[in-house]
Design a protein around this ligand. Structure first.
Ligand SMILES: Cc1ncc(COP(=O)(O)O)c(C=O)c1O
Length: 399
């Protein structure tokens, strides 16, 4: 049997749309991107969604919005030490300085009790990550943010479908940033999207994704119908609005072909989410018997976990290493990935910030001992049972 880490489905509907789009010659961002944004906003329950090229861009552009609200270059953004490296990269790409805070061992998410110590006069925002789809402790984070007048932006890249205290992630604070890369529950192959209830943020995001242009309508008449744009020469004297640059921007648009893949995916979103969540919760339940050797996350009463993957951390004193377990799983056809690393102390690129090994004990432990396996929609109970049998076999034969 094989348990692959991920899967991707380009639906018949998407294939038809893609053929139409190619024939039409209107391939860069246009009406299908707009349709995808509207549908994604409805799904999350927010007023606005702005599609971009990647989840990393979603993080970076959401942060860059803050320059319109008093932030300065090199101001500080608080993020968890443990995440996929894109979270830290995005902070730097947006021109800010990442300030790292350790995570909790049992949730993998930023520890709210450690945040206050990291706040300085230069802090502008907290960017919690809902790692492995488990919602971060947003109530505690939001009250700290309120106390210190900080923005909160969710890195919800891995958290499609996660629910916190009755609300979808992505609408819990100022902005939510999702990845739409193939490994995620809703995909456009490569892509990202920012959700917000603030129309002003959305306008700025539309400008940021297109080089910081003054041109930022929700739906562009030129891009959707080649029609005359009545605003084109109406601002700033006679200058062409498309060549007025109001802020430092990015080149981060989504194209129509990607939106077509996403629209096809959205038609089956509920099915995909339910199948993945059944797999995740089934594995979480069966895995509890291995708790003296390995841990996973637990679901709390007031949340639903976004079923991104099944995370595992090997306990201290388990008697085996992560790599021996990973190799055993691979020999049985079960693909896995490491569970990321402590960005400030285990990723070389961040060394210039001056953190030392030992500064983030939980993130570093998970960095050395964590892995995750797929729970995607092409897996079911048979594959989950096979995985549990293989863990049993490993513990019986090799310990
Ligand atoms: C937590 C987190 N943030 C950001 C990203 C970046 O997304 P992308 O790969 O679409 O740039 C990812 C990628 O999966 C992620 O896991």
């Amino acid at each position: 049997m094989r348990i692959d880490f991920g899967t991707v489905e380009i639906t018949e509907y998407s294939k038809k749309l893609i053929a139409q789009i190619l024939d039409s010659g209107r391939v860069s961002s246009g009406k299908y991107v707009r349709e995808f944004e509207k549908k994604f906003a409805e799904l999350v329950g927010v007023k606005e969604a702005v599609a971009v090229s990647t989840g990393t861009d979603a993080d970076a552009l959401a942060l860059a919005v803050l320059y319109d609200f008093g932030a300065n270059r090199e101001d500080e953004i608080i993020i968890p030490a443990l995440s996929f490296v894109a979270t830290g990269n995005a902070v730097l790409q947006a021109g800010f300085k990442p300030v790292f805070v350790d995570v909790k061992r049992e949730t993998f998410n930023i520890d709210p009790q450690l945040i206050e110590k990291a706040i300085t006069p230069r802090t502008r925002a907290i960017m919690p990550v809902h790692l492995m789809g488990k919602p971060a402790q947003m109530q505690e984070i939001s009250s700290l943010a309120k106390k210190h007048k900080l923005y909160v932006i969710e890195d919800a890249a891995e958290a499609h479908g996660a629910v916190y205290h009755g609300n979808n992630v992505g609408c819990l604070c100022d902005m939510g940033a999702f990845s739409l890369y193939v490994a995620h529950i809703i995909t456009t192959v490569e892509g990202g999207i920012i959700t917000t209830n603030n129309p002003e943020f959305a306008e700025i995001l539309r400008s940021l994704r297109s080089h910081g242009r003054a041109c930022k309508c929700e739906s562009c008449v030129i891009n959707t119908s080649s029609a005359h744009c009545p605003k084109r020469f109406k601002s700033n004297g006679s200058a062409d609005i498309r060549f007025i640059f109001e802020r430092i921007g990015f080149s981060a648009k989504m194209n129509e072909l990607e939106a077509a893949v996403g629209l096809g995916n959205l038609q089956f979103y509920r099915d995909i989410l339910d199948k993945r969540r059944d797999n995740l919760y089934y594995l979480m339940d069966k895995f509890r018997k291995f708790s003296s050797y390995m841990q996973t996350i637990e679901k709390e009463n007031d949340e639903e976990i976004g079923p991104h993957a099944f995370p595992i951390v090997i306990n201290e004193g388990a008697g085996f290493s992560r790599n021996s377990f990973v190799e055993f799983l691979a020999s049985k056809g079960i693909d896995s990935r490491n569970l990321f690393t402590s960005m400030p102390t285990q990723c070389r690129g961040f060394a210039f910030l001056g953190y030392k090994p030992g500064d983030f004990p939980n993130a570093e432990y998970i960095g050395n001992n964590g892995l995750h396996i797929g729970v995607h929609q092409n897996l079911g109970k048979t594959e989950c049972d096979y995985f549990i049998d293989m863990v049993n076999e490993f513990l019986e034969k090799y310990l």
